[in-house]
Design a protein around this ligand. Structure first.
Ligand code: SF4
Ligand SMILES: [Zn+2]
Length: 145
């Protein structure tokens, strides 16, 4: 595979853009270990190629690619000047207006669209309602003693 763009990227020869499984557990670990390298992507002319190659979302990638810090394929941190067109992965995604749609927006490093935000809010409200309806077993036990 020809990847001439790799010769011009600022991270060439540098370490710390990804981690081995043993090195981390949480997003906070990734931020501590890889976060300091995020600035390297600032002047990179190849963020889109980087994302197209790494396919961080599909690969559930952990580490830095394309000016973003990814955790299990979701963006957990990003440079201020990233833009959506850099996310070049083919979009196999849930329809908008669903909770899964809202999650897919997040996975692709986007802010959920209004209909997905609405769906996520409704789902959240339904969960809260269902939780409020759960029998209060502990209280009943106390009441019967
Ligand atoms: S965008 Fe990708 S290729 Fe460019 S510096 Fe960042 S990690 Fe390296
Ligand atoms: Zn949407």
């Amino acid at each position: 595979m020809s990847a001439g763009w790799l010769l011009r990227v600022p991270c060439r020869g540098l370490d710390g853009f990804t981690v081995t499984e043993e090195e981390w557990n949480t997003g906070a670990d990734l931020k501590r270990l890889c976060g300091p390298q995020l600035g390297t992507c600032g002047p990179c002319p190849s963020r889109a190629e980087c994302i197209a190659t790494v396919k961080p979302s599909q690969a559930r990638f952990d580490g830095i690619a394309g000016g973003r810090l990814w955790c299990n394929g979701e963006v957990i941190d990003a440079l201020d000047d990233v833009f959506e067109e850099e996310l070049t992965e083919p979009k196999l995604r849930a329809s908008c207006g669903t909770e899964a749609g809202a999650q897919d927006h997040k996975r692709h490093g986007e802010r959920p669209c209004p209909s997905c935000r609405q769906a996520a809010r409704e789902m959240d409200a339904r969960r809260k309602e269902a939780k409020a309806r759960e029998p209060k077993q502990l209280q009943l036990d106390f009441a019967s003693t």
